[in-house]
Design a protein around this ligand. Structure first.
Ligand SMILES: *Cc1c(COP(=O)(O)O)cnc(C)c1O
Ligand SMILES: [Zn+2]
Length: 414
C-alpha cells in the first residue's frame, strides 16, 4: 500500500516536519498535525471501494497515518450506529442515533481506535517500548494492544481510578504505575519521562498520529448514515481531541467528495466537576482556565486539556455549543440509555446523554435535527457509578411460593 501521508505540519505557524515521533513545533510550540495528499486519496477512495472492505476502521486507511498495512488493532472500529427511537422519544428528537463504541474491539472504548494507529506507528518507528498517561480507557487499550504484538508497555494512571479500569489493565501483564495525583499530574510526569527514555508515548511523542485514529469515529458515522453528515453530534470531551477529529473527518469526507453536504453542529459535553472547556465556551472565552477535577466521570476528568483551545473553536465554528451536567445527571444519563436502548455505557456516556437532554431543553437541538450521540465507553468498567443507585434484590428459596409471595411482593413494592 502507498502512503498518503506527506508529513507533519505545525497547526499554528505551518512549518513542515518529517514523519517522526514529534508532537510540538520547536519554533512556536504549536501542536503538530499529520498532513495528507488528498487528491491522491480521492482518486482511490470511492464509496463503492470503501463498502467492499472489511468492517473495521482500516477501511479508511488512506486517511490514516500509517505507511504500510496496520500491524496493531486490525479489528478495531466499525461499531454499530444504533437507531435510538425510544431514547429519541424521551428526549424529543425524531431521528436519533447512538454511535456505540462501548463495544469497540478489543477493550470496549473508542481508545482502541487511537491506540491502533499509535502502536502501528510505534512499530514502524522501531520502538520496543510504549507508554501512556491515562484516565483509564487508554490504559486498558495500550496494555491490551501492546500485549497483542509483544511490545513492552508502561501505563501511568491516577491512583483513584475505578477497579474495573485498573484490573482491565493489569490483566494484560503490563507495567502499571499508579500516581498519587490527578490526570494532569500523571501527564506532567509522563512528559518528563518521555523526554528522558526512548519510549513511544502514545499521547505525548506519538500524539499527532494517535489523535488521527479518532477520525475513524466520524467517518463511520457518515458512512453508516448512508453517506450523510448528521445535523448534530454530541461528543464527550477530556483532552478535547475526539471532538476536533470528528469535525476533521466530516470536512475531509466533504473535501474528497464522499458526502455532498456538511452543516454539522458539534456539541461538546463535560461533567460540571471538570468542565474547563464547556465553561470557556459558555463564557465566550477562547482560552482554557485549568481546573482541579472533582467528578465521577473520571475517564473525561482532565483539568488542563491539551486540545481545549481547538475544541472551543470546533464548537464555535460549527455553530454548536458546550454544556456540562452534575454527577447526579450523569447517573440519570447512564440509566436512560440502558432503560430505553439496552446499552450500558460508562460515565462519559452518561455525560453525553444528559447533555443531549439539556441541549434539547435549551432548544439548541431541535426535534427534526438528525442527531448522533457519541457513546465512547462501556458501563461494566465503571460499576461504582451506579452501584449505590440500583437496589440489589434479596434472594429467595427456589420455590414457587417464595417467588409469588416474597419476590413479587418486593418487586411491586418498588
Ligand atoms: C478519552 C475519552 C474521551 C475523550 O477523549 P479526548 O479525545 O481526550 O477528548 C471520551 N470518552 C471516553 C470514554 C474516553 O475514554
Ligand atoms: Zn509552529
Amino acid at each position: 500500500m502507498a502512503s498518503y501521508v506527506t508529513g507533519l505540519q505545525c497547526r499554528e505557524c505551518g512549518r513542515p516536519y518529517p514523519k517522526a515521533p514529534l508532537s510540538v513545533c520547536e519554533y512556536c510550540f504549536g501542536p503538530l498535525e499529520v498532513s495528507y495528499d488528498y487528491s491522491a486519496a480521492k482518486a482511490v477512495l470511492s464509496r463503492a471501494a470503501i463498502e467492499k472492505r472489511p468492517p473495521n476502521m482500516w477501511r479508511y486507511q488512506e486517511l490514516l497515518p500509517v505507511d504500510g498495512e496496520a500491524r496493531v488493532g486490525r479489528q478495531a472500529g466499525f461499531t454499530p450506529l444504533v437507531r435510538a427511537d425510544n431514547l429519541g422519544k424521551r428526549l424529543g428528537i425524531r431521528e436519533l442515533y447512538v454511535k456505540n463504541d462501548s463495544v469497540c474491539f478489543p477493550t470496549l472504548s473508542f481508545k482502541d481506535r487511537v491506540v491502533s494507529v499509535a502502536l502501528s506507528k510505534a512499530l514502524e518507528f522501531g520502538f520496543d517500548t510504549v507508554g501512556c498517561a491515562s484516565t483509564g480507557n487508554l490504559a486498558n487499550s495500550v496494555a491490551a494492544n501492546a500485549s497483542s504484538v509483544g511490545l513492552r508497555s508502561y501505563v501511568f494512571i491516577p491512583a483513584n481510578l475505578e477497579l474495573g479500569k485498573v484490573l482491565g489493565t493489569l490483566v494484560y501483564r503490563t507495567n502499571v504505575i499508579r500516581v498519587d495525583g490527578n490526570y494532569d499530574d500523571v501527564n506532567r510526569l509522563c512528559s518528563e519521562i518521555a523526554g528522558k527514555y526512548q519510549w513511544g508515548f502514545v499521547n505525548i511523542n506519538l500524539r499527532p498520529f494517535y489523535a488521527e485514529g479518532s477520525k475513524s469515529f466520524g467517518y463511520e458515522i457518515a458512512e453508516q448514515l448512508n453517506w450523510r453528515v448528521p445535523d448534530c453530534v454530541v461528543v464527550p470531551m477530556a483532552g478535547g481531541s475526539l471532538i476536533t477529529k470528528i469535525r476533521k473527518a466530516f470536512t475531509e469526507f466533504e473535501k474528497i467528495g464522499l458526502v455532498t453536504e456538511n452543516g454539522c453542529r458539534i456539541y461538546g459535553a463535560q461533567a460540571t466537576g471538570c468542565s474547563p472547556i464547556t465553561t470557556a465556551v459558555k463564557s465566550g472565552r477562547d482560552f482554557i482556565k485549568p481546573v482541579k477535577p472533582q467528578t465521577i466521570a473520571k475517564s473525561i476528568a482532565i483539568g488542563n486539556p491539551a486540545d481545549g483551545y481547538y475544541a472551543i473553536r470546533t464548537m464555535n465554528e460549527t455553530r454548536g455549543w458546550g454544556e456540562d451536567v452534575s454527577d447526579g445527571e450523569v447517573v440519570e444519563g447512564i440509566r436512560m440509555l440502558a432503560e430505553e436502548e439496552g446499552i450500558f455505557t460508562e460515565t462519559a456516556g452518561g455525560v453525553t446523554v444528559a447533555v443531549a437532554r439539556r441541549l434539547v431543553e435549551q432548544g439548541r437541538i431541535g426535534p427534526g435535527d438528525v442527531t448522533v450521540l457519541a457513546i465512547t465507553g462501556n458501563g461494566l468498567k465503571t460499576q461504582e457509578a451506579v452501584q449505590d443507585h440500583l437496589t440489589r434484590p434479596e434472594s429467595i428459596g427456589a420455590r414457587l411460593s417464595e417467588f409469588e409471595v416474597k419476590a413479587m411482593a418486593a418487586l411491586t413494592a418498588r
